[in-house]
Design a protein around this ligand. Structure first.
Ligand code: PLP
Length: 453
């Protein structure tokens, strides 16, 4: 019997600093632009929304940024998270590959999201903020921020994409249990929400709409800030605890990845695992294959355009250069809710554009099939989003079998699927639809991209 092997670190191995890839980029990121002037934004433009400490992290090029002690003290409750070697999955696949996975589902909210939620709540509290407004898709981010609000005594208002609000009552209940207020978006509470409802009374919502609502609330009240659970540089930075721990754990395993795989919604869990390894690769010229896996129903990296676009539907955010499907793109109400954003982290888009990584897309029945195969071999039921990473890793392992090459594969199992059983029930009942787009459909939302000289 070959069994799963677990590599644990002690609490004293918890990283003391986050890793900032901006220090090692071969070319700097294109600037973020003011939507009116089309000139690069300065810290003061972002000050109504974020505390200065986070704005500084957003533009920092320092390689290491210290994790404040109160944040580390909370991380310690579930970090360092385990790294496993998936021996039983390897055996089931008959692959010569070694498959490792990092498991972020051990956090209280069940995903990697608290890594940044706790940090963001800390820096807001330090800046004297009383309330944070945010959006959530599947509810993972909302519950992570609700948890962090409870820990630091902050009020949390969550605008939840309406289709998820209806499909995921348990996530909503978890947010409310932590003391957050959860509002289905589009709502009548904001001008952005009311504008959408006037045009589309039955709107199922989208992350782009929910972001508009939360940004509008935060911009309008001095005691209220905004927080984003993905996409921004400082969010990706906070997630690098994942990859930093992985590096130590791979050393314990006496192995090093040839292939890194992660799923991408806005790019944060992927970046968290990949960036420390990529930094190492850029400094030492070690070669590695890096694969982002996304849903075919929201194919931002594989079929989007690399262009300046808004982060939200109402066009309240600055313009960022990223792979985008267009800010008016409303993905279908399919179940991998966390991967339904029209854009992508600018940092990830930049890397894809520089040829430093690859991206693939899969349809959801294939993705759930991989997740179920993983659960039957390894015992952990992944979140629907994480199933994309599982699918990507299995494809890499199968390729190893076909080529007769024993590569080492590491993927990020970014969350468990215990709140997503409806999606699994729909999958077992054959009710999940596989959705892809023709070029004409994608061209529609892209036609509305802002003009930037
Ligand atoms: C939010 C979420 C994602 C997508 O967000 P990223 O920023 O791309 O990581 C993926 N998986 C899980 C479990 C999530 O909660």
């Amino acid at each position: 019997m070959t069994d799963t092997v677990k590599y644990t670190l002690s609490e004293s191995d918890l990283p003391t600093h986050w890793y900032n890839l901006a220090a090692d980029l071969p070319q700097p990121l294109p600037p973020v632009l003011h939507p009116g002037t089309k000139q690069p934004v300065g810290p003061e433009d972002l000050a109504p929304l974020f505390p200065m400490a986070l704005i500084q992290q957003e533009v920092s090029t320092e390689r290491e940024i210290e994790i404040p002690r109160p944040v580390r003290d909370i991380y310690r409750q579930w970090r360092p998270t385990p790294l496993y070697r998936a021996r039983r999955l390897e055996q089931a696949l008959g692959t010569p590959a070694k498959i490792f996975y990092k498991y972020e589902g051990v956090s209280p909210a069940g995903s990697h999201k608290p890594n940044t939620a706790v940090a963001q709540a800390f820096f807001n509290k330090e800046a004297g903020i009383r309330r944070i407004a945010t959006e959530t898709g599947a509810g993972q981010w909302g519950s992570a921020l609700a948890l962090s609000g409870a820990l630091f005594g902050l009020d949390i208002d969550v605008y939840m994409v309406k289709v998820s609000y209806q499909q995921k009552p348990y996530r909503r209940a978890l947010m409310e249990a932590y003391g957050a207020r959860c509002v289905p978006s589009p709502s009548a509470e904001t001008a952005s929400g009311r504008a959408v409802l006037a045009q589309y009374p039955d709107s199922r919502g989208s992350l782009g709409i929910a972001i508009s609502e939360a940004v509008e609330i935060a911009a309008g009240r001095p005691d209220t800030n905004y927080a984003l659970g993905s996409v921004l540089n400082h969010v990706l930075l906070h997630q690098t605890v994942i990859g930093l721990e992985c590096q130590r754990q791979m050393q314990l395993a006496d192995a090093w990845p040839d292939v890194l795989v992660g799923c991408t919604g806005g790019g944060s869990n992927f970046a968290g695992m990949v960036f420390p390894f990529l930094g190492d690769q850029l400094r030492t010229r070690r070669s590695m294959r890096i694969v982002a896996v996304e849903p075919a129903a929201c194919p931002t990296l594989t079929r989007g355009r690399y262009a300046y676009d808004f982060g939200d539907t109402a066009h309240l955010t600055p313009l960022v250069k990223m792979h985008t499907l267009g800010s008016t793109f409303v993905p279908p109400g399919f179940h991998a809710g966390g991967l339904r954003y029209h854009g992508m982290a600018p940092m990830i888009s930049h890397l894809l554009n520089l040829g430093l990584m690859d991206a693939v897309a899969y349809t959801q029945n294939d993705v759930f099939s991989a997740g179920v195969q993983f659960a039957r071999a390894e015992g952990i039921l992944p979140a629907p989003e994480a199933n994309h990473a599982v699918k990507g890793a299995i494809e890499e392992a199968v390729r190893c079998r076909e080529e007769g090459v024993a590569r080492t594969i590491l993927f990020n199992l970014c969350g468990h699927g215990h709140f997503d059983m409806q999606a699994y029930m729909d999958y077992f009942a054959g009710k999940l639809e596989d959705r892809t787009y023709d070029e004409a459909e994608l061209a529609m939302a892209l036609a509305g991209l802002p003009a930037v000289a």
